[in-house]
Structure formats: C-alpha cells, structure tokens
Design a binder for this molecule. Structure first.
Ligand code: DNO
Length: 408
C-alpha cells in the first residue's frame, strides 16, 4: 500500500517533517481555504504541490521525498446535492477544479455526498482509562441534541420512545456549557468538513432537504457522476467517494453511501474504472452488518483509497474510535484482502496496483495531550496507528503466498 498522511496545509500543527519522520511517503491534502463551489485554480495548486514536494529552506531546494497523492476532498456544493436549477454551473466549476488537480499530477480524488453535515461526533475529547483521548458518538447525546436542543420538527418520530427517554435523562444532566460543546461538536464542522453552522443556519439548511428522499438523492448523485466520470476518465483520475460517517441517516436526511448495496448502486450508475470508492473502515465499520472484506472482494478494482481505523460498537448505536488494531473492525482481515486485491492488479499489470491508504484518526496520547491538535489528527496517535498497520502489512506479505509476489 502507499502510506499516506492527511496534512491540513501550512497551518496544520503537524509539519511535513513530522510526517516524513513518521515514515509516510504520500500526502493527502485539499485547498481547505477555497469556499465550497468555487474553482480550485491552478496557481494555488502548483504552490501547494511545491510546498509538499520541495524543501526550500535549503539552497538549492531539495525534494522532501513526499508526493501529493490524494486530494481529499473537493466538496460538492449543495445545489448539486439538491439538484437545484443552478447545479450545472457548480458542476462546471467542479470539472475545472478536477482538471486543474489532474494537471499537477494528483490522480486520486475523494469526495462525499453527505447532506449538510460531514463526519459527525458528539464527543471530541473522551478520556479513556489510560488517559488517552478519543472521539466518540454517544447516541443519547445525539438524540438529546436533535430533540431537545435543535428541537427539529418531527425529530421524535425518528427515535423509539426508549431512546427519547434516555436522551431526556441525558439532556437534564447537561450544563449550559456542556450543551454548547455538544452543539459545537455536532454542527460547527470538524476539520475537513468545510462548513460550520449556527443553530439557525442549520435549521434552514435542513429545511432545504425536505422532500429529498434517498431515491431523489441518488438521482442527484447519478446526474453529477454522469458529468464528472468522463472528465475523470479523460484526465486519468480515480474518483473515490467517501462513505457516510456514521453510516445511517442523521436529522432525517437522506443517506446513500452507507452499505455494500449503496456502493453497488453507485457503481451501477457507470461501471467505469474511474468510478470508485474510499474504503473507510471506521465509518462503514459502525454497522455490524457491513462485511468489510466483502466490500474489498466485490468492489476490489474500484477501491481507490483506504482509510484504516477501528471502532468499538455499542448496542444503542453509539461508537468509540478505538485503537487501530482493537475494537470491532478486523483490520487484519481487511488489510489481507487489500493486499490480495493489489496482487491481482499487479498480475493484471495495472499501474495503480498499490492502493493509497492512511491510518485514520488516532488517539491523543503522550506529548500531544498538552498540544493543540486537530480532532482525530494528532501526530503521535496517527504515527502509532500507522506503525502498527505497517508492521501488519509486512507480516502478511512475508507469510502469505501471493501469485505475483512482488508488490511493494
Ligand atoms: C474525517 C474524514 C472526513 C472525510 C470527508 C471526505 O476524518 O474521513 O473528513 O475526509 O468526509 O469528503
């Protein structure tokens, strides 16, 4: 696999040097500063690529040894998601951005089709027994926010009486400060999600999705895909849609990238090799009925990127982001399946036989506990996860008989 690392750009507290020392060779980056819907112009892309790939603190500048492998993500404008009359203009912008990204040599593009909220957690600082801090999603806190803080119309119909009762108990224990933090965690936008809202803005945004059910939403995605897949093909790009995180409906919104069936429907829009997926094991792994090895076996040639992390699932739908090799996701089995897929590609002489992966979200541990870090993206926790995954990959490659062995 190609070991990549998500870097948030020049303001990321994790430096490119840190990333090199962690052993990654690929960078995952985005122009986070560009507003959703605007074009990503060539100059800032070239500049960003230069910063990533060239160290000019020395003269003459020398290569950093890092290459910009993946763009994650160019966000998709609401007009496209909602199928509004002005969507073509935003799709045209998207296409210009894609061409610009391809022209600087970045060929893997992540995007998502989650409505209104991107990845969602209730707690960004859950203290674990050993003092480490983790991200988690507590169902009753989420329901408490939806029903008692946001007071979304009809919210109570989306939950069982028991869930609402439990959420009410939780709500009553929350201080004003805790309510604010909960609201902030859920709707203020996590890193990489591009947008954040106030309560009022959030209500308005949700209102726009009234009447957009999964079928309609799928049509809107298909319309978008039918326009961008030919562009990806022409420019040698691989599209990698990111799954819903968590993989179930939130706030009564449509959700169409949560299961293997969903992935297959996306592929059915156009089976082009360019039409592909991010296998995010932590997002998909929140559902016990998602068999992740099956995803790799059934969709193998279309898996263009892997986010590797694990979650611990709870009965009521809550989950905790666990250590990479702990929790309920069997990453050993997933990595083994990915290596088999790589081997098939190698036998088939595909030039993209090495699948980029990144250790996704680590715990905040050691010195990072005293630092300001991006939720999920503190250096030492990610370094630990990546080192564990790297060792596991090597172990599998050394012991497994693969028909076209050489795939490093
Ligand atoms: C969280 C990430 C998301 C993801 C985007 C993709 O860590 O998995 O931010 O990158 O949803 O568009």
């Amino acid at each position: 696999m190609i070991e990549t690392w998500r870097w948030y750009g020049p303001n990321d507290p994790v430096s490119l040097r840190d990333i090199r020392q962690a052993g990654a060779t690929g960078i995952v980056n985005a122009l986070h500063e560009v507003p959703v819907g605007d074009v990503w112009h060539l100059e800032p892309l070239i500049e960003r690529k230069r910063i990533i790939e060239w160290d000019d603190s020395v003269h003459p500048p020398r290569p950093t040894g890092l290459s910009w492998e993946v763009v994650e993500s160019i966000p998709v404008h609401d007009s496209i998601k909602l199928g509004r009359a002005d969507r073509d203009q935003y799709i045209d912008n998207y296409i210009v951005s894609m061409r610009n990204v391809a022209s600087i040599g970045v060929k893997t593009l992540v995007y998502n089709f989650m409505p209104v909220v991107d990845w969602t957690r209730t707690n960004l600082n859950l203290e674990l027994e050993d003092g480490a801090r983790a991200l988690s999603f507590e169902m009753s806190e989420f329901v408490a926010f939806d029903v008692f803080i946001l007071k979304r119309e009809g919210a109570e119909n989306d939950y069982t009486a028991k869930e609402i009762e439990k959420a009410h108990e939780v709500f009553l224990t929350l201080t004003e400060e805790q309510k604010k933090i909960l609201q902030h965690n859920i709707i203020a936008g996590l890193p990489g999600s591009f947008e954040g809202f106030s309560l009022e803005e959030f209500r308005n945004r949700l209102a726009e999705y009234k009447g957009v059910d999964n079928d309609k939403y799928r049509e809107n995605l298909a319309y978008f895909l039918n326009k961008i897949i030919p562009v990806a093909e022409e420019s040698g790009m691989r599209l990698a849609i990111h799954p819903d995180d968590p993989p179930r409906s939130l706030f009564g919104l449509p959700r169409i990238v949560s299961t293997l069936e969903d992935y297959k429907q996306i592929l059915a829009v156009n089976p082009s090799p360019a039409n592909g997926f991010t296998l995010c094991t932590g997002s998909l792994g929140v559902r016990a009925d998602n068999d992740l090895v099956r995803f790799v076996k059934d969709l193998g040639p279309h898996i263009h990127f892997a986010h590797l992390r694990s979650v611990k699932r709870y009965e009521d739908g809550s989950f905790l982001e666990d250590q990479h090799l702990k929790g309920d996701v069997d990453l050993y089995a997933v990595v083994e399946a990915i290596l088999e897929e790589q081997n098939k590609r190698y036998c088939d002489k595909r030039s993209d036989f090495r699948i980029p992966m990144r250790a996704d979200h680590g715990h905040v541990i050691l010195d990072d506990l005293d630092k300001k870090t991006n939720p999920g993206y503190s250096a030492i926790g990610l370094l630990k996860g990546m080192a564990e995954l790297r060792g596991m990959e090597l172990g599998i490659l050394r012991t497994k008989k693969l028909p076209c062995q050489e795939q490093k």
